[in-house]
Write a protein that binds this ligand. Sequence first.
Ligand code: HEM
Length: 327
Amino acid sequence: MIPLFIVFVLFMSTVSSAATLRPGFYKETCPDAESIVRNVMRKNMIKEPRSVSSVMRFQFHDCFVNGCDGSLLLDDTPTQKGEKQGLSNVNSLRSFEVVDEVKAELEKACPGIVSCADIIIMAARDAVALTGGPYWEVKLGRKDSLSASIEKADAIMPSPRANASFLIDLFAKFNLSVKDLVVLSGSHSIGQARCFSIVFRLYNQSGSGKPDPAMDPKFREKLNKLCPLGGDGNVTGDLDSTPTIFDNVYFKDLVARRGFLNSDQTLYTFPQTRGYVTLFSQDQDAFFKAFIESMIKLGDLQSDEPGEIRKNCRVVNSRPVNLRLEA
Ligand code: HEM
């Protein structure tokens, strides 16, 4: 159990100081940056449709832990366990090689210019646009962190068991509203999750020994077949009924009590969030408009720590011993 004051300090180190970020940041220094990212994303989507949703998820997992600083992308070193090993990330986050491919292309076109943190932001936007969702201008100019923190990742990133009231409080710590929470959960309009993330709700919701009563019984039967008790936790199921299309079907599914994750379905069960779910299930344009705003807010989370432009997103640049303490 982490003492409360430490959790407070963890959150306080992520501040929204996005003043230096702006659209078109690489216009002069790397004019093709955004099209390079989009082309690699498109190529990977054709090869493996799920890959773009897996990359899109990085924006959440990077930005909540010390701001959007690419810390998520760092591999373990002998002296530092990276965030990839965190409870919500291990055996779950995937498609890091897509970011490697983007970075390699960018380093060919304009070496040492585009940060890995910005690649995540551009790639998340592209994942949405390439799957039929809205397109927006992203603010760029982030630096890559010099370290990662598995402790922070474990203290902050929510479990699929989380309920709306817990999630409302968590998002509030990042100045994200109840509406932001519901809208950003709409990211689950694309992609998949593991049986591991839902078996408790199928067989033992909140220790009751029974399934989650908020689930449509027909849907539960389907999930019971996909994820039998004691079966392979790594089998995956779709997060909504149109998992390769970014649309408002995710919200329609929640209204029909066919949400995959507990954290999703609870947004319809809880009165504070239910109104937004209903609204977005009926009005896709309202969802898309709100989604753009919330993704920009999420991308504005930054830390005040020193950074660099990594050459390889998986490792910090090597630096002479006498410069190691400098930005
Ligand atoms: C509100 C709290 C959230 C919770 C509790 C949550 C939890 C999860 C879980 C448990 C999975 C599946 C992991 C697995 O089974 O391996 C998942 C997948 C995913 N999440 Fe979230 N998530 C949340 C918010 C977000 C946000 C804000 C975004 C994006 C901005 C996002 C994007 C995604 C995507 C795209 C996937 C599918 C990835 C793939 O197919 O590989 N999630 N999330």
